[in-house]
Design a protein around this ligand. Structure first.
Ligand SMILES: Cc1cc2nc3c(=O)[nH]c(=O)nc-3n(C[C@H](O)[C@H](O)[C@H](O)COP(=O)(O)OP(=O)(O)OC[C@H]3O[C@@H](n4cnc5c(N)ncnc54)[C@H](O)[C@@H]3O)c2cc1C
Length: 309
């Protein structure tokens, strides 16, 4: 905990996710006069490239991009602030939460809404599944310490990969970042340049090893020996962000966040909505859950604010 918890948090509600669930949560939270911040990239929403014809009250076929652009305008119109940056870490700070974003800035709020959608994490390479836990990892924050002083690499193009490489730079001996092109903030690019992380442009095409991973081969034939390859695609997965806060996931596959009828998780002050809460993966469900989560989060924050006086 490194935030002065005697001071009130910066926002009432911080929403992680700029898809239909997050935007609807923002609309309802902001309309309840809760100060609201939305994080995330609309172009990373599943909806961005979709074409929707089964959403009630919208006739014909509408592009997802058009719908999201309208949603952003509405949320801003009701007073929500929107920042197109990803959350890279979360923590409980006394009676509120902190969220570290790509630029390194830390924002604080009484309530969080997790609306980060679903992520497809693997590279789909031969041997990948067999090597999980034996030199293949999908979570820098979980496994970095196993490679103290070691030779490791991270692959991915978003903030999770960049943040992962920067985290490993403080722990491992040699860190490479393999990327087709980073889609992260300028501040994060600068931090990487100033670190000792080696950048490789390209994609991992092959994994080498038997009992454990020994090396990876890139598309241009470059062979890199390493003890572990961290696969961190896109943004930091909600599962990791939520798990660090003690949020309960579905007991069978640990792929969805469990919520009650108010979209509340088991952790007071944390709500969730949309694809991250499980199937069906549909815009109508995401919007409905977003509405409930936004209202619940705003009510929770209001109560906390009044308690502080
Ligand atoms: C090709 C395709 C076609 C589809 N067609 C239909 C259809 O016809 N009808 C229908 O109803 N549904 C359709 N869907 C499904 C629909 O798009 C999803 O159900 C809906 O977008 C889910 O909304 P969401 O807000 O939960 O997640 P998403 O829309 O996926 O949004 C997730 C958001 O979280 C953000 N995020 C992720 N990680 C972080 C982080 N660490 N910090 C901050 N932000 C983060 C992302 O940037 C993104 O903004 C389709 C989906 C696809 C892929």
């Amino acid at each position: 905990m490194d935030h002065d918890t005697s001071r009130a948090p910066e926002y009432d509600v911080v929403i992680l996710g700029c898809g239909p669930a997050g935007l609807q949560a923002a609309i309802h939270s902001a309309r309840k006069k809760a100060s609201t911040l939305v994080l995330g990239r609309p172009a990373s929403s599943s909806l961005w490239r979709a074409h929707i014809e089964n959403y009630c009250c919208v006739e014909g076929v509408k592009s997802g991009e058009e719908l999201l652009t309208a949603g952003i305008g509405q949320a801003r119109g009701f007073g929500a602030e929107i920042l197109h940056e990803d959350a890279v870490a979360t923590a409980q700070e006394g009676d509120f939460f902190s969220v570290t974003i790509e630029s390194g800035r830390k924002v604080t709020a009484y309530a969080l809404v997790m609306a980060t959608g679903i992520s497809r994490k693997g590279l789909g390479l031969k041997g990948e599944k067999e090597l999980v836990g034996k030199g293949i990892s999908y979570c820098v924050d979980c496994d970095a310490n196993f490679y103290r002083g070691g030779k490791v690499a991270v692959t991915g193009d978003g903030s999770a990969a960049a943040h992962g490489a920067l985290t490993l730079a403080k722990i491992a001996g040699e860190v490479s970042l393999i990327t087709k092109g980073l889609d992260v903030s300028e501040a994060m690019k600068r931090e990487l340049k100033e670190s000792h992380v080696k950048l490789y442009e390209g994609e991992v095409k092959e994994l080498e090893g038997g009992e454990r991973l020994e090396a990876v081969v890139l598309g241009d034939g470059t062979r890199l020996e390493m003890e572990c390859l961290f696969i961190e695609k896109g943004a930091k997965g909600a599962m990791e962000l939520a798990a660090f806060l003690g949020v309960t996931l579905d007991p069978e596959k640990f792929t969805f966040i469990l919520t009650d009828k108010n979209q509340a998780t088991n952790v007071p002050g944390i709500f969730a909505a949309g694809d991250i809460c499980g199937q069906p993966f549909q815009m109508a469900k995401a919007v409905g859950e977003g509405c409930v989560a936004g209202m619940s989060a705003a009510a929770y924050a209001g109560k906390k604010r009044r308690e502080r006086g």
